[in-house]
Write a protein that binds this ligand. Structure first.
Ligand code: F6P
Length: 323
């Protein structure tokens, strides 16, 4: 398998660290004398031929930029066979033999479709949800978590002054990884995640009471968007114990900002490894990091894996919240 021209795209929800990842792909390709092309707006760019040449200089000063310079999209057209065929014909016409696809599960499914048409593909996990099962870590999670932590620390100041209860909704789609991590880091009174059945009386009301007995007069409830809506949780708290919680939905602010050092380094290593894998003749792979080292896995195998909240997080939360 010869690799002459690599295309790189970002797809799905953006994640801080996508830019350093694109930069690493471009620079590693240049280092090996391979041409590299940016594909705009995810798979839509492949369908529409929205593709431009990148060299080592075109990615200068991007290592510290949030968002993605390639733009991103969740392409509906690419989900159809017609869209996929158009994308493949763009690749053939331009001589793009290989694609590095940066994003989440949906992005990987798209890459798998391309690979069935004979395009070499390597995927890189990037989503603030950190819900890609074959990897411990996805680019963007650390920055998003730190953004949420900073916001909640600020909220706590005013909740404390007014002796209020706050219900904060954290992103994560159907997963609670971000909410659990953030909840533990801010010392939340309670954390609700979709992976754990919720017993409202035990998991929220009793925890608020416990905090009260421990001398607190303000309460911070963190809820994953996939578990419940913050306004429903607030209404239920009001009904049960007549507190009047303030609701904050952190929303898309969690997806922005300068990538942290951890995200820059992981993004850079993963971008580098993606190109090295292609040059080593590998295709249909996902770059992963597990137990502190970097590996790769077949896309089908990777997508079939399942992961959940770690038991230690559940246990630590129980210990920290006194129940
Ligand atoms: O997957 C990343 C994510 O930010 C999720 O946490 C969230 O549910 C979703 O994307 C929001 O998508 P959109 O940007 O389309 O509103």
């Amino acid at each position: 398998m010869s690799v002459k021209r690599i295309g790189v795209l970002t797809s799905g929800g953006d994640a801080p660290g996508m830019n350093p990842c694109v930069r690493a792909v471009v620079r590693t390709a240049a280092y090996h004398g391979v041409e590299c092309y940016g594909i705009r707006r995810g798979y839509n760019g492949l369908i529409n031929g929205d593709i431009f040449k990148l060299d080592e200089k075109s990615v200068s000063h991007t290592i510290n930029r949030g968002g993605t310079i390639l733009y991103t999209a969740r392409s509906k057209d690419f989900m159809t066979e017609e869209g996929q065929k158009k994308a493949v014909s763009t690749c053939k016409f331009l001589g793009l033999d290989s694609i590095v696809a940066i994003g989440g599960d949906g992005t990987f499914q798209g890459a798998r479709a391309l690979s069935k048409y004979g395009i070499n593909v390597v995927c890189i996990p990037a989503t603030i949800d950190n819900d890609i099962s074959c990897t411990n870590y996805s680019i963007g999670f650390d920055t998003a978590a730190n953004t949420a932590i900073e916001c909640i620390d600020k909220l706590r100041d005013t909740m404390q002054s007014h002796e209020r209860c706050s219900v904060v909704e954290v992103m994560g789609r159907n997963a609670g990884f971000l909410a659990m991590y953030v909840g533990l880091a801010v010392g939340a009174t309670a954390v609700l995640v979709p992976e754990k059945d919720i017993d409202f009386e035990h998991d929220v009301i009793e925890k608020i009471r416990q905090a009260r007995f421990n001398g607190f007069s303000h309460y911070m409830i963190v809820v994953a968007e996939g578990a419940a809506s913050a306004s429903d949780v607030a209404a239920k708290i009001k009904d049960a114990i007549d507190l009047d919680p303030r609701v904050t939905v952190l929303g898309h602010i969690q997806r922005g900002g300068v990538p942290t050092g951890r995200d820059r380094i992981n993004a850079t290593k993963m971008g580098y490894l993606a190109v090295e894998l292609l040059l080593a003749g590998k295709t249909n792979r996902i770059v992963c990091t597990n137990a502190g080292s970097f590996t790769d896995i077949d896309i089908d195998e990777g997508l079939a894996k399942k992961k959940s909240i770690q038991q230690i997080e559940v246990d630590v939360l129980a210990a920290m919240t006194g129940l």
